[in-house]
Structures are given as structure tokens and as C-alpha cells.
Design a protein around this ligand. Structure first.
Ligand code: SF4
Length: 330
């Protein structure tokens, strides 16, 4: 059984400006499954709907974002939850931090700048579990940060006394304090230099390998997915267009958009000029008809302009949404 099943999810931003209603279809008919003990990567360029998708998956939907249809079903073993229907108080008490935690882009959003790191740990543990024994809490927290390779002294520092990389590692330590079943990491290495980035990714990988939980890693950086993810879903204009094990995505992509992303990656020793895609990602308030990639796709055929390609399975773990693939004329 999957830990998470997302079924035909649609989540739109609905706004009204000067009496004119507008819907931005940020997530439009997305289905995916996450299993225990895997790192699943979501890739795609900016504004493709990645962050909106994880807002729904993590239960942090706020207006003007609205869930239009679909289900987000979790099976935590002892209990099941549909994130599209859960009561906010139940979500806070039983799911957030304990079963699902969220490492946000930019660690300062979780660390209180005027409180020492240990106080932030204390706030979270007190809110979600209580602290009947302060000495035990301090010992447990110290053990936890040391197990993750952090010096225990960080607990007595303020966020501004830490480097960006160390702050992000502290954010990961906070997110894993209750050993959650799912860790959602949204661009966790953005704005870090490559050496620090490597350390943060290594930490995430080690935590996942040691505790066997699931990590949903969202980043536009394909090199990060290549290093860390077991499976990757490629998003374009609010939809997943291809999903496969990481090695298949990088060695045998089938969707023209995925093929373009892989071709444009810099390779050691490759001096060829990289070609960019013509055009820009579509406006999701008024997306193109048919395949949303058709205005930029060099292989588009007539059918692509009118008919939305269905997602088809090419193998057990490889699925793709492209008319050329289904017609066998790639
Ligand atoms: Fe290109 Fe058509 Fe495939 Fe879309 S369905 S990716 S437009 S070939």
C-alpha cells in the first residue's frame, strides 16, 4: 500500500480583481503515489505548480488557493487521512510534525530570529508532545542533533550566528525530531553553494536511509534529483508529464520536455552548444488547449493542439503523457 495516493488533484488560485474573476490552474489533474522508504523528486521549472502541489500534500492550503477536486489520501498504518477533508485541528494534533514534516525553502521561516535554537526545539516539542521532564527533553534533543552530525553547541546559538548551510541543517533536524513518516523538502538547497548543498543533501539521504521514512524532494535542480532521488516526476504547467525511476529519467526519457531538460544539462567534457526551448511556460490562468507543452514542443502534431494526452504506463514504474509515445511515432 502506498503511504500517499494523490488522485486527480485539481487546486486553483481563485482571485477577484475589480470584479473580474480569475482562476490560475496551478495543479490540474495530478495523480501520484509515494511509498515507504523512498525519495521521490518533483522537478520542473519555476511556476509549474510544484510548490502548490506540496501545499496541498502537506495540508497548508490557504485562500486564494482552493482544492477543486481529487483526493490526497495518507495511510499511516494506524489511521488514514484524506488531506482534502481533514479538520485543521485534527491535522495539527495528529499529523503535522509527527507524521508529516516540512522543510521549507529558506530556513529562517522556521527559526525564530530572537530565540536560541534550543528554544525553537522546545516550542515545537511542547506544542506537539508536551515536555513533562525538561532534563530528558534536553538530553534527547542533544542526542538527536549529534546523531545528525551537528555539534550540540548549535542549540545555544541564535539563528544569525549560524551559516546558511548550518541553519538549513538545523531546520532538517527540527523537521525530523518526531521521526515523521514523510519529510517534504521544498527547494532545501536553493541559495546554498555547491559544497554546502552536498552536505545538506547527504544529511537528508542519511536520515532517510537510517529511519526508512519517505522524502518528497521538490527542486528545479535536476542535478540534485540525480544524486538523491529514487524516482522523479517531471511537472510542466500544472501537470506531471513523465514519471520514472531516476536512472530511466536521465538515460531514457520519453517526453519531449523531459528530453529537453536532460539535453540541456551541462556534462563534463561536452562542449556542444546547448539549445534553449523557444517561448515561455504558459500562463496558467489561460493555459493552451490540448497538450500544454504544444506551443513550445518541436515535435507537436495536429492532435497535440486539441487533445490532452492521457498518462500511459510504459512499464510498471514509467508513465508518460505524450501523443507521440502513445502513437509509437517518436
Ligand atoms: Fe509534444 Fe504533442 Fe507530446 Fe505534447 S503531446 S509533448 S505537444 S508531441
Amino acid at each position: 500500500m502506498p503511504l500517499l495516493q494523490v488522485e486527480h488533484l485539481r487546486a486553483y488560485y481563485r482571485t477577484q480583481v475589480y470584479g473580474i474573476s480569475r482562476s490560475v490552474r496551478a495543479v490540474d489533474d495530478v495523480s501520484l503515489e509515494l511509498f515507504e522508504n523512498e525519495i521521490y523528486g518533483i522537478a520542473g521549472e519555476s511556476s509549474c505548480g510544484k510548490t502548490t502541489l506540496i501545499k496541498v500534500i502537506s495540508g497548508t492550503v490557504k485562500p486564494p488557493l482552493r482544492i477543486e477536486s481529487g483526493h490526497v489520501l495518507y495511510d499511516f498504518g494506524a489511521f488514514q487521512v484524506d488531506m482534502t477533508k481533514i479538520d485543521p485541528e485534527e491535522l495539527r494534533q495528529t499529523v503535522r510534525w509527527k507524521e508529516i514534516s516540512y522543510v521549507m525553502q529558506g530556513s529562517m521561516s522556521v527559526l525564530n530570529p530572537v530565540r536560541k535554537i534550543i528554544r525553537t526545539f522546545e516550542d515545537i516539542v511542547r506544542t506537539h508532545q508536551g515536555i513533562p521532564n525538561k532534563k530528558f527533553f534536553l538530553e534527547q534533543t542533544r542526542d538527536h542533533v549529534m546523531r545528525l552530525g551537528l555539534p550540540p553547541d548549535v542549540l545555544n546559538l541564535y539563528p544569525h550566528q549560524l551559516s546558511g548551510g548550518m541553519r538549513q541543517r538545523v531546520a532538517i533536524a527540527l523537521a525530523t525530531i518526531f521521526q515523521p513518516r514523510l519529510i517534504i523538502a521544498d527547494e532545501p538547497t536553493t541559495a546554498l553553494d555547491v559544497v554546502v548543498q552536498r552536505g545538506v543533501l547527504q544529511m537528508l539521504k542519511e536520515i532517510q536511509a537510517e529511519s526508512g521514512n519517505t522524502v518528497l524532494l521538490v527542486t528545479h535542480d535536476l542535478a540534485v534529483h540525480a544524486n538523491v532521488a529514487d524516482r522523479v516526476g517531471i511537472m510542466y504547467a500544472g501537470r506531471i508529464v513523465e514519471e520514472a525511476p531516476t536512472q530511466v529519467i536521465f538515460t531514457a526519457p520519453r517526453h519531449p520536455y523531459t528530453q529537453h531538460l536532460i539535453r540541456s544539462l551541462p556534462m563534463i567534457g561536452d562542449k556542444s552548444v546547448k539549445e534553449s526551448l523557444s517561448g515561455a511556460p504558459p500562463n496558467l490562468a489561460n493555459p493552451p488547449s490540448g497538450c500544454r507543452f504544444h506551443p513550445r514542443c518541436p515535435l507537436a502534431i495536429d492532435r497535440c493542439r486539441t487533445e490532452t494526452p492521457a498518462m500511459v504506463h510504459l512499464s510498471h514504474q514509467h508513465r508518460v503523457a505524450c501523443h507521440l509515445v502513445t502513437e509509437g511515432v517518436e
